[in-house]
Design a protein around this ligand. Structure first.
Ligand code: GLN
Length: 443
């Protein structure tokens, strides 16, 4: 059922907000669901809130999302709930205010069910680095769900909510969407307010929805987007005229990706292009510099962002309590930002970032959108030892959109070795509308 359909049922009072909450709560409480390790804490007031919303539905004064239930990644601040970023550092930290996106959703009468698991401080691609244990993939509990928005994708895949919010710095919405067979949108940088999101890497971080379809993603995106005085990087989302060249760019990924995944993406693209009368243009992206560029900027900005976790104001001292992936980034970030290295790493990475942005500008002169796999490999077994290099290589296809600030969506397009595979669509800045349209053709 699409969200629009469910909203209609709620409006016609064939379903009530209270019943919707109760159905999800019942499912969340089952032992099978608990084993997936998705929810970290629940909103105890959900039923009360649903009652008030049912009343407003009756009165005809309810908001656009009245009665829909959502889950939130634990790095997006919700007043009165523990926002712990999947870390012991912030265990017990209860937020005193709502992130802008939360205010917008609550303002439209959506109901928050609770906070969900994630890789610690959003550092990871597998959902295994949370201090509260790994999240499991509801499609196959032996497998990772992807990360870092592991709880957000698993909650949608396990049908524990109508939609969820995640954050994406270098792929953390798209990667778990791909592994869990759901849809995940990373909006254009600046399209959605980051106010209330606990920073990982400020110049990349984006909040976006995880849903069961592009249509659902569009509904939620249209509620959460827009200029916000609390986040100076936001811009009013004006409708940009989507480009209509009728040409789609397919990136050459052979060297970076499992053969079967590359073939599936190419096959799907050809199929859909034929149906829609699009031309396909093979394009080259400088994929071999994405990981280095991304991680130097991440290490630098993450180091800076975590200086406030000194054990005096919020929670515990991060270096003493956080897990190895977080500490690695802090130690690495403190090293590369030393005065003696001035200009050697961060500034070079910024130059590379500009170069990558320029490459995309050239590419979009010739194509409307760009297609890539979301993740170069299928999900591994939870707990399997993976080298750091291999783990970072998971991000090779998602970091390009992050580095260039572009909107990108991951949609499920099939299976390889019986495991879900996502296809990624990238478009020019603020062309989410085009992304939704294209994504629908792939569903
Ligand atoms: N896997 C990437 C990283 O660990 C992406 C994380 C994210 O998008 N939050 O940096």
């Amino acid at each position: 059922m699409t969200l629009k359909h469910k909203l209609k049922q709620l409006k016609l009072e064939k379903l009530t907000a209270v019943k919707n909450v109760m159905a999800f709560s019942k499912k969340i409480a089952t032992p099978e669901t608990k084993d997936l390790n998705i929810f970290l804490n629940l909103n105890e007031n959900a039923i009360e809130q649903a009652k008030a919303i049912d009343k407003r539905i009756k009165d005809g004064t309810a908001g656009k999302l009245a009665g829909l239930c959502f889950a939130v990644k634990s790095n997006i601040s919700v007043k009165g709930l523990e926002t712990n970023c999947g870390s012991k550092v912030l265990e017990g930290y209860v937020s005193s205010y709502n992130a802008t996106v939360i205010n917008k959703l609550l303002g439209e009468d959506a109901i928050l069910l609770g906070m969900v698991n994630m890789d610690e401080f959003a550092c990871g691609a597998s959902g295994e680095t949370s201090a509260f244990g790994p999240t499991k993939n509801p499609r196959n509990v032996e497998l990772i769900p992807g990360g870092s928005s592991s709880g957000s994708s698993s909650a949608v895949a396990a049908e524990l909510c109508d939609f969820s919010l995640g954050s994406d710095t270098g792929g953390s919405i798209r990667n778990p969407a791909s592994h869990c067979g759901v849809t995940g949108l990373k909006p254009t940088y600046g399209a959605v307010s980051r106010y209330g999101l606990i920073d990982m890497t400020m110049s990349f971080d984006c909040i976006g929805p995880l849903t069961n379809s592009a249509k659902d993603a569009k509904l939620i995106f249209n509620v959460i987007r827009g200029q916000d005085n609390f986040d100076q990087t936001t811009r009013e989302a004006t409708e940009e005229e989507p480009s209509k060249k009728g040409v789609i760019g397919l990136v050459d990924v052979q060297r970076f990706c499992g053969k079967e995944i590359a073939e599936l993406i190419e096959l799907k693209t050809k199929e859909v292009a034929e149906k829609n009368n699009w031309k396909i243009k093979k394009i080259n992206l400088p994929l071999d510099i994405m990981i280095q560029t991304y991680y130097i900027i991440v290490y630098t900005e993450f180091f800076s962002a975590t200086r406030k976790f000194d054990g005096r104001r919020f929670g515990k001292k991060i270096e003493e309590v956080a897990g190895p992936e977080v500490v690695r980034r802090i130690v690495g970030g403190s090293e590369i930002t030393k005065a003696e290295h001035e200009g050697k790493y961060y500034r070079e990475a910024l130059k590379a970032r500009n170069f990558i942005k320029g490459e995309f500008e050239k590419i979009f002169d010739g194509v409307d959108a760009v297609i890539l796999p979301t993740v170069p490999r299928t999900p591994h077994k939870v707990g399997k030892k993976i080298s750091i290099e291999d783990m970072y290589a998971y991000d090779v296809f998602t970091t390009p959109a992050s580095i260039a600030g572009l909107p990108a969506i991951s949609v499920p397009v099939g299976k390889v070795e019986g495991k879900d595979v996502g296809l990624q669509i990238l478009a020019p800045h603020f062309q989410e509308e085009l992304i939704f349209k294209l994504a629908k053709s792939f569903e």
